[in-house]
Design a protein around this ligand. Sequence first.
Ligand SMILES: Cc1cc2nc3c(=O)[nH]c(=O)nc-3n(C[C@H](O)[C@H](O)[C@H](O)COP(=O)(O)OP(=O)(O)OC[C@H]3O[C@@H](n4cnc5c(N)ncnc54)[C@H](O)[C@@H]3O)c2cc1C
Length: 310
Amino acid sequence: MPVVAWAAPAGQGRPLAYWPPESGFFMPLSAADIIAQLATLVGPAAVIGAPEQMGNYLNEPRKRFHKGAAAIVLPASVSEVQAIVRWANEHGVGLIPQGGNTGLVGAQVPLRGDEVIISLTRLDTIRSVDPAAGTMTAEAGVILENAHKAAEAQGTIFPLWLASQGSARIGGLLSSNAGGVNVLTYGNARELTMGVEAVLADGRLYQGLNSLKKDNTGYDLKDLLVGAEGTLGIITAATLKLFPKPEDYETCLVNIVGPEAALTLFQLLRERLGGRLNAFEIVPALGLDMQLRHAMLDRDPTAGPSPGMR
Ligand SMILES: Cc1cc2nc3c(=O)[nH]c(=O)nc-3n(C[C@H](O)[C@H](O)[C@H](O)COP(=O)(O)OP(=O)(O)OC[C@H]3O[C@@H](n4cnc5c(N)ncnc54)[C@H](O)[C@@H]3O)c2cc1C
């Protein structure tokens, strides 16, 4: 069976080469052919072929990767994603799924320069929110902050919070198994995901949206797709776990002398508070000082300096 290549996560080498179908190697398409053929699948307005218009998709946050792309394609529906993947598989074109382009390891941008970025940003519908079942089904392109708002409008929370939440999207967060600041209580994205819908390498749709908590059937393909960084398929939607919204939060800053003291404090708080402790972070003095120096904080929120830590 022909298998289309996905971009491997950075640090794991180059993207997989194209595995040829039974008939032999692919005749590479020119960039112009790629753009023209994609336009027949999704319409010309959903294909970016001009390098000067690709900046938002190619420039990743750390500016470490500087390759171009053959094209950027922006499907508007699951069936368009399927058509693109099927076409890429037939022609041996490398596809790189992209969400909010906030990943810090460059896995959402090309490594060679002849790949097509498939941006999921237009699949941004929240299909349903069910506070009674504690679930939300959101498409891959939903911005995390919008998922938060939809959950909170129903008196619930989707407890994945991180600094990129205004741009990062559900498909990218799941594909990188993101953690965020509340990982201690609620777990990584994998633990917050009940089911996944994904387009597989040959264009078939894996329909694994599931909201049954006591599901003990068969293999858990969802757990494979989450954290796969697009290597096993393109996530198009996911069923996410919602939690009751806490009535209130208390935040406390404690000066400590070092990491050992932090662990002792953590153990104590866990014993006393159990599941009510939902975040615990060490802020090194260096980080706080930098914020003060650059006026990101107007005053030192701690009681005073502690040696090396706060
Ligand atoms: C300021 C900042 C703070 C951050 N803080 C944290 C943090 O506290 N904890 C943490 O875990 N991470 C953190 N991150 C990184 C975080 O993992 C990413 O921001 C986020 O998870 C990626 O989402 P995205 O939509 O931007 O995905 P992208 O960057 O677009 O893509 C990330 C990966 O997922 C793949 N991908 C994207 N969409 C799909 C899809 N639909 N199907 C299959 N594969 C797909 C891409 O190919 C790539 O491999 C931070 C990033 C920034 C910039």
